[in-house]
Design a binder for this molecule. Structure first.
Ligand code: F6P
Length: 329
């Protein structure tokens, strides 16, 4: 029996958020704590992500700490991206912090970078963990959904609707750059749900000549404004704005939505998904899984080993991708 078998029996379980924050993290923290308690665990909270694990920002999860947080955006546990965690010396420090409190299991709410870090920690010290996918980018392999995506899409929808008001009033072309890192999911769904004329994402080839011909034809037939959604991962926003202005002979403006997309009160969908992912994560640890990532795939919740997440690339919804093709040519 290694040292940690004793900890596992002690039922100390710590919950943390890590990497880029996203709406849905707070409800997940709350549901994890509540459900863990019901299952006989002693829940702890790690503040400041991996940095907090190293620097011992770990406290017992009192009811007070997790009440009134469900509706808030971001993460009340705060988050970080820690370079120190790559060094064994600091991971040892993190392990000692857990050991002192008899915390033998972890739940990490974050993206694949955070899962890999915790997997390294598992390989070093055999501390089992469960991962809950949370990132607005929706780019984690093995799951169709990550917490925060629906809230981000609604933030974008609100902004695009507002921009359309001014675009129509002033007969302008607008390029709206949305986040997503290398993934075009947010841009694709936003373009389709906002009725944008153009969508440029890393996953699809685009054809400027054919986009130009299409828009000029529409302009001849009465089009007075243009909305184009561009994924940040294409690095095309500025070029495309200039191109629109030159080709369409229209006043063109670029709006980079930026971090506004990461904030906001979690939508009903994100709250419910947070609930289900939390229950799945604790049940997964209870059933003896040591490093599984929770997934939502084809309408069902499940989990995959961390290796599945780290060794494969996310796949963007092919039906939506097909619909989007018409907007990139
Ligand atoms: O991963 C979430 C995300 O918001 C990406 O969409 C974006 O590219 C990145 O984080 C921005 O990172 P930072 O907040 O460090 O500027």
């Amino acid at each position: 029996m290694n040292e940690f078998s004793t900890f596992e029996m002690s039922k100390g379980l710590a919950i943390m958020t890590s990497g880029g924050d996203s709406a849905g993290m707070n409800p997940a923290v709350k549901y994890c704590v509540d459900y863990a308690r019901k299952q006989g665990y002693s829940p702890y909270l790690v503040y400041d992500g991996l940095r907090g694990l190293i620097d011992d920002h770990i406290v017992e999860a009192t009811r007070e700490l997790t009440s009134g947080i469900l509706h808030r955006g971001g993460t009340v546990l705060r988050s970080s991206r820690s370079k120190r965690f790559f060094e064994l010396e600091y991971r040892q420090q993190a392990y000692d912090n857990l050991q002192r409190r008899s915390i033998g299991q972890l739940i990490v709410i974050g993206g694949d970078g955070s899962f890999s870090a915790l997997n390294q920690f598992y390989n070093d010290f055999e501390v089992p963990f469960a991962g809950i996918p949370a990132t607005i980018d929706n780019d984690i392999a093995g799951t169709d959904y990550c917490l925060g995506v629906d809230t981000a899409l609604n933030m974008i929808r609100q902004s695009v609707d507002s921009i359309r008001d001014t675009a129509t009033s002033f007969s302008r072309a607008f390029v709206i750059e949305v986040m997503g890192r290398h993934c075009g999911y947010l841009a694709m769904v936003s373009a389709l749900s906002s009725g944008a004329e153009v969508c440029i994402i890393p996953e699809l080839p685009y054809d400027l000549d054919s986009i130009g011909a299409r828009l000029i034809d529409e302009k001849k037939n009465g089009r007075t404004y243009v909305l184009a959604i561009v994924a940040e991962g294409t690095r095309m926003s500025e070029h495309f704005t200039r191109w629109l202005s030159d080709t369409m002979k229209m006043d063109a403006r670029l709006t980079v939505l930026g971090h506004v997309q990461r904030g906001g009160s979690p939508t009903v969908h994100d709250r419910i998904m947070a609930y289900k992912f939390s229950v799945a994560a604790i049940d997964s640890l209870k059933s003896g899984n040591t490093n599984a990532i929770m997934t939502f795939r084809d309408g069902s919740f499940g989990s995959v080993p961390i290796e599945t997440v780290t060794s494969s690339k996310y796949r963007i919804d092919s039906d939506l991708l097909k619909l989007c093709e018409a907007l990139s040519r």
